[in-house]
Write a protein that binds this ligand. Sequence first.
Ligand code: UDP
Length: 242
Amino acid sequence: MEKLYEGKAKILYSTDNPEELLTHFKDDATAFNAQKRGTILEKGKMNCQITVALFQWLESKGILTHLIQQIAEEQILVKRVQIIPIEVVVRNIAAGSLCRQTGLREGDKLPHSLVEFYFKNDELGDPLLTRDRLLILELATEEQLKELQTLALEINQHLQQFFASCQITLVDFKLEFGIDSHGKILLADEISPDTCRLWDQSEQDPEKRVMDKDRFRRDLGQVENAYQQVHKRVIDKLSSLK
Ligand code: UDP
């Protein structure tokens, strides 16, 4: 296996099959464009399993993903895709950069779900894109953009419903998509407490309710515990549905 790419939270390896890659989930955590670094014990394992569970749930709802199968506690086999260099963010409740940039208050419910596109470019600090900027940069075609928007909203519907059944509010999350050898758009990357804001519905306190990477970003403590809670609720819910 050859290491193709090492990112902040995952490593990508080639396999014997040129159509397939291996993703290894790391315990490393970063925030603020890697200015803050740390380790979250067993995060790799938990995020790998949460991603597999949610991707399988989405597949059962007709969403195509790059997942082939889990091959170790923190490793999955995925279809080789060309990653579209756009971070697709979906928001249901105001938090994070939306509050910083608009003055909305954390926790404000949005009148409708918001889909935003960010340029996946660490050097530029992943800036928010307009539709026209995205097209000028040729990051996607107009048709692909429409498809990304539709897919993102569909995935949001399914995930909101799933997390609600785990007594978790899906505040916002980030998706990445890739294009396979047939030109199809597949959901790629991961869906985990690293890439979602998740609030515990049984807690009203704005700090206690946080079950995601914001605990690490904002030094709220109990980071591992929050990830374990999400892991447990997601896995328990899925096995009860099988
Ligand atoms: N997000 C992510 N990776 C990024 C940027 C954002 O997974 O590089 C997720 C983040 O965890 C949150 C959502 O996308 O669930 C929206 O993030 P936001 O724009 O509010 O950025 P932040 O406040 O984290 O800087």
